[in-house]
Ligand binder design. Sequence first.
Ligand code: GAL
Length: 450
Amino acid sequence: MRKLALYTLVALIIIPLLVSAIPEELIIYHWWTAGGEKEAIDAAFRVFKEKYPEVKIVENPIAGGAGAVMKPAIWGMLISGNPPDTFQVHAGGELKEYVDALYLEVVDEIWEKTGLEAVIPDTLKALVKFRGHYYAVPINVHRSNVLHYNPKIFDELGIIEKYGDPRGWDLNTLLEILRYIKEKKPEVNPFELASRNKWPVTHAFEVLLLIHAGPEDYVKFWTGKFDYRDLKHPVWNAVKDVLRFLATVEKEELVNLNHPELTWDQAAAEVAAGKSAMYIMGDWAVGFYIAGGFKYGEEWISVPFPKKVFILLSDCFNVPVGAPHRDTALAWLEAVASVEVQREFNLIKGSIPARVDVEIKYPDPYRPETAEDFKTATLVPSPVHGALSKEAFVTEMHNILTSMLASVRAGADVDIAVKAALTQIARAIETTGLPTFWEEVGIDYFITKR
Ligand code: GAL
């Protein structure tokens, strides 16, 4: 009798504990709605559901690319004390802002349980670990400095024979090529842009600044770690050249004039359709082309741009403090850390796994090359995709650059528009408090030199 009572008591305590350990619902936010993106996250959900078939995934995809629309919505939820179970976040500065505001849980236990420490490269670890603790689990590594071009146009005009491998082009060569394309084939836009969500313009600027200024000055600029009050500083000279490049491209109509209407994926499609010759965009465009069934070598080719440096960014997931289904969120993070999710997701996404031990047979020639570069090229983080800068400053950059293009379109002189943009950028460094954001680290923290 006493035994039975004891069993009943144990059952009463243990069963509810077991039941509560079974995840039921996962409220998740991400911005993967474009071709390639959607298929990739669906593949990750499929793997997760194999293990947890009873979990209802409450998905909240917010279109806009690069989190342009989602990030302010997430801040609103966190500030109002209404967090989801997990949300997409970039490794680096973007993650740090949530950590500094005390909105995220430490997830060291997931790192330990899954043995992530041993398989995530140090450069990436440094972007998800703050004051000795991990706050997110990375699912991938994307490269921002990629040139996507239309092979038919390039072949017809003999671009590579005439100007060499795009992997090594400099800023002046690029401008010369754009002018050449316009002269030989005026019906084609030499350069593709997408400014509807603004950030793709800053994305092009980020890549061009790296090409032109090199990794050190690039990092100095995006972290405000230089004497920015001295407008004659070499960093400003490089910035000015890139601004002038973009303003000239607009002025001389070397660009698709419909760019204010286009999102990043619509712009990628224009290149494949032969309306434009080339496009600077991250390698999620590779995922877009593959998912859309575009033919590699005929409709698109993607190459590292430049090859010797890899601008990296990483999509991660986290657990906010007060997540309504914390156990489910932890189970999701464990899945994100797994070889299987990283393989299925990245195969489609255009990125490479964050883990170094995942074997994948990529369907495109771009990924094996970029995966190799990740091990051998100099690495720097991407400011536009949350890794290097401060969100408020990057947002200012989006506005300043798109306004500069709009003013040139409206008839402003290139030099005047560039000068105005430069002054606004210098002011934005100051007003957004950029130089104090990464105060505790030097520029070497951000550069893996090879
Ligand atoms: C990036 C994100 C990528 C890709 C891209 C376009 O910020 O890291 O995964 O989706 O935005 O939406």
